[in-house]
Write a protein that binds this ligand. Structure first.
Ligand SMILES: [Zn+2]
Length: 315
């Protein structure tokens, strides 16, 4: 198993206030200028072949949705020169705990899922001769973090960055998790960007790195299921997720044209207070223009949905 890489040098000086400020500043500059320090993101395909998670309104398996989007997110991260560590892309991981274990040493963990709704809220319908359940009342993406995260500040910052980028691309955030008519309410962390707390998820707290669980949308919603199966839309969503992660983890582009890793994920001494505190969030997130209009397929329910297996997915 790979361990965390060291990308910075050791600074050996005496600490008075002025030198401490210089150390922090020069340390960040040295960190940003360090070659070979690409950020690594562990991308987890939620659930498994054997335990596939939710079923969609048309009987599709959540794991298949998750794997397709996880591959697309990985592809987009690679385009931004971030390293990717695939977790459970074969659907055969042995346990929940094995996911964060396999991610140890990376810089960030994102688990990709697709949402269902509480069983009390489902209605029955017939899809191509087979009885299925659905709810068209709930939709949208959502992000979850745990209060018990070892790096809650970075987890929250990245979740908000992802949500903000997706909203800018035209994706709709879920609004029902804070006060659902059935099921467990989730405390709001960032209402605008659909970020909530979900403290009992193993992948979010039994980890050594900042972690986010992403729900791409509600596959029990008959319209949203079709949207979530659309390959162009999947690519745009993956694009938004990767941009949000890059914006969160990277500070600026270096002189060699590559994004440089930002030191701020760890706490450092705050020069003015002498206390431990996070560095400011990166302010130069833009890498490529992505603001072309969102493609949406027709919302005709009578069409057979494309198979999540058949969509061209980057490998
Ligand atoms: Zn799931």
């Amino acid at each position: 198993m790979r361990r965390a890489r060291s990308c910075g040098g050791v600074i050996d000086q005496r600490f008075d206030l002025r030198s401490l400020m210089m150390i922090v500043f020069s340390g960040v500059l040295a960190f940003l200028a360090s070659p070979g320090c690409a950020v690594e993101v562990a991308v987890d395909a939620g659930h498994t072949l054997a335990a596939h998670g939710a079923s969609s309104a048309r009987g599709g398996r959540e794991f298949d949705f998750n794997r397709v989007l996880a591959k697309r997110v990985s592809h987009e991260l690679g385009l931004r020169q971030l390293d990717v560590r695939p977790i459970n892309f074969d659907g055969k991981i042995e346990s929940l705990a094995a996911r964060p274990e396999q991610a140890a040493g990376a810089d960030f963990f994102i688990s990709i899922h697709h949402d269902s709704v509480h069983a009390d809220l489902l209605q029955e319908w017939d899809w191509q001769g087979s009885p299925q359940t659905y709810s068209d009342d709930y939709s949208g993406f959502a992000l979850f973090v745990s209060h018990d995260s070892p790096d809650l500040a970075t987890s929250l910052r990245c979740a908000s960055a992802i949500g903000a980028r997706l909203r800018r691309l035209g994706f709709q955030p879920a609004r029902h998790h804070a006060n659902p008519p059935s099921g467990t309410p989730r405390a709001v962390a960032d209402a605008a960007n659909a970020v909530h707390y979900y403290d009992k998820l193993v992948v979010l707290y039994r980890t050594t790195l900042p972690a986010v669980l992403f729900e791409a949308g509600v596959i029990k919603n008959r319209d949203e299921e079709l949207l979530l199966l659309d390959a162009n839309r999947q690519a745009r969503m993956a694009d938004g997720i990767a941009t949000g992660i890059a914006a969160c983890l990277y500070a600026a582009q270096g002189s060699n044209g590559k994004p440089q890793r930002a030191a701020p994920t760890a706490t450092v001494p705050t020069p003015l207070s002498g206390k431990q505190g996070p560095l400011p969030a990166p302010r130069t997130p833009a890498f490529r223009p992505f603001d072309t209009p969102l493609h949406r397929p027709s919302r005709t329910r009578s069409l057979s949905p494309p198979s999540p297996f058949s969509a061209p997915v980057p490998h």
